[in-house]
Design a protein around this ligand. Structure first.
Ligand SMILES: [Zn+2]
Length: 297
């Protein structure tokens, strides 16, 4: 008899998607409520997952409750399909959801789970984006009591959040929030859109794809339903703006790999100590490189 060290699926005895059917049902009910009340932080019984909270367990539970054998899944972390967090989550889904196809191409995916980025390619109505959330409540910086925060959310009372933004302007001449930018959904609830850069915030607005946000440790699920308003908090004379990738001469910086001037760039220090810029969305960058090579051939 040959020794067999692979985890045999039949002996692992997980139900499809690791979570039991009751857990999946509960997550789906929370999703329905979250979609029905855009931006509302719906509580749910976040399950223990075989990984530490803070590693995307909230997003993973959403994905596992939604994914089916016919789905094509893409998992990204900070724009990259190859980072440790993304690879581990992808392998876990592969192990527990037999039949699910995995992809790195945004346009092929039916379900995208992401940490800290929205893919550069515009999403479609037949796609679903799951964002991993560390801190779901934008009011936590101005109010420590959850009971009081709930009342403030219910009354759409975000005055103290606006004061915080105003203080930024007084101190620094601009709003300094680089990520987790407070965003008002459907004219009422303000959400923490997870640590996506400001660059990605406008893409929440009127998105054809359903966007679900899951916080495992904080046990909250909330949603930006398709074609729903998502407006970053700002002032009339201090409008919201995205990151500015212009150099000292005012020219838009380009990705050093693919030459893109329309993507969110990550800054690196090269061996000579100089700054280089590359697309944060690695799949987008790789596709552009292939297109360029094909055009040159
Ligand atoms: Zn690039």
């Amino acid at each position: 008899m040959t020794p067999h060290y692979e985890l045999p699926r039949d002996e692992a005895d997980y139900s499809f998607g690791f979570l039991d059917e009751y857990a999946k049902k509960e997550v789906r009910r929370a999703i329905l409520k979250a979609v029905a009340i855009p931006g509302y932080q719906t509580p749910y019984a976040s399950r223990e997952m075989p990984m530490g909270r803070g590693f995307g367990t909230g997003g993973l539970q959403l994905t596992l409750a939604l994914v089916g054998p016919d789905d094509t899944l893409k998992v990204i972390d900070q724009g990259s399909d190859d980072s440790v967090n993304a690879v581990n989550l992808r392998e876990f889904v592969q192990l527990t959801c037999p039949g699910v196809t995995l992809t790195e191409r945004t346009e092929e995916a039916t379900l995208i789970q992401s940490r800290h980025r929205i893919p550069e390619k515009p999403l479609r109505a037949d796609q679903l984006l799951v964002l991993q959330v560390p801190y779901p409540d934008p009011l936590v910086v101005v109010e420590p009591s959850e009971t009081k925060r709930k009342i403030m959310h219910g009354e759409a009372d975000y005055a103290r959040l606006l004061v915080k933004l105003y203080e930024d302007i007084v101190k620094f001449d601009e709003i300094t929030i680089s990520h987790r930018y407070p965003t008002r959904i459907n004219g009422h609830y303000v959400i923490d859109p997870s640590p996506i850069p400001r660059w990605d915030v406008p893409r929440l607005h009127q998105s054809p794809a359903l966007i679900l946000l899951g916080a495992g440790r904080e046990k909250k699920i909330y949603a930006v339903p398709p074609y729903t308003d998502a407006m970053p908090l700002a002032f009339e004379d201090q409008p919201f703006r995205v990151e500015d990738f212009r150099d000292a001469a005012g020219n838009r910086r380009a990705c050093t790999r693919c030459g893109a001037t329309d993507s969110f760039l990550d800054e690196f220090i090269d061996q000579s100590g100089g700054k280089v810029y590359q697309c944060s969305d690695s799949a987008y960058c790789a596709e552009r490189l292939v297109e360029r090579a094909e055009a040159a051939a």
